[in-house]
Design a protein. Sequence first.
Length: 318
Amino acid sequence: MKKAVVLGGAGHIGSYLVPMLVKAGYAVTSVTRGKHQPYVTDRAWRHVEHLYLDRSKDTHFAAKVAAINADVVIDLISFTLVDTQKMVAALKATKLSHYLFCSSIWAHGRAETLPADPNGVKHPLDEYGKQKYASEQYLKQAYLETGFPATVIMPGQISGPGWTIMSPLANGNTDVFQQIADGQAISLPNFGMETLHLVHASDVAQLFFKAITHRNQALGESFHAVSTSSLTLYGYALAMYRFFDTTPQINFLPWAAWKKVINNPADVDKTYYHIARSGQYSIANAQKLLDYQPQYTPIEVAEIAVQSYLDRGIIHHA
């Protein structure tokens, strides 16, 4: 039986990916910092081994992962080049046949042309994106020079039940959903034409899984884990008014005026970095090489997540 290790196994992607691997016949070890419950229940979890390690505190983290001697390692929680380098160095002495690295569309930053190519040159805007891109470049070089079996997966804005999703204001504040549910007016920045790329965590897990099952085609490649289309803030807001059956009241404000209305530096900062990356991310190579078939549109993902907000009492609607 082949072994698979999922670093961050109880997170949103891992919650869907781990059961897929178990059902495909893998002996799966889920590595987490603590005894976190997955976001979705599945009987397959009864067959999963659990290893509790804190990457940020355990200097022997990579060595302990390597000691499992897994065939496949899915790394969902490497956020720095140094951590990626340590993991690669530790895994080289094992029977590893595939290392899958979770990057992010944030590695792109501003795009020159659209749709953005997952294997193209990227221009990240912040430290998070720069570290992800640095890891991507390092893994590509390791594959080309030494044959290290790496694949890069770049999710969009991961969404789904139990998750704090990006709102039509491109931040995680849920107040705008309540305002829409109450039939109130909202204000979008600029013309509302900036985009988000909401993607269901199960679709992200699907792409990781298909990269594993199509290993030869996936090695040395980067893939976007997104749906077939992006969603404008305006379209997102309209969809939420339809969801709550309230009359759309959407205003538009220049960025400087919008910032003053929001009056929350953390929310404004989150919005800025999301809309500054507005884009459309190609999944052509994922479809051609891996048979990737996302099951949810961005609007469907948003509706599922907002229903979860209602079910959990985070927002209310009569």
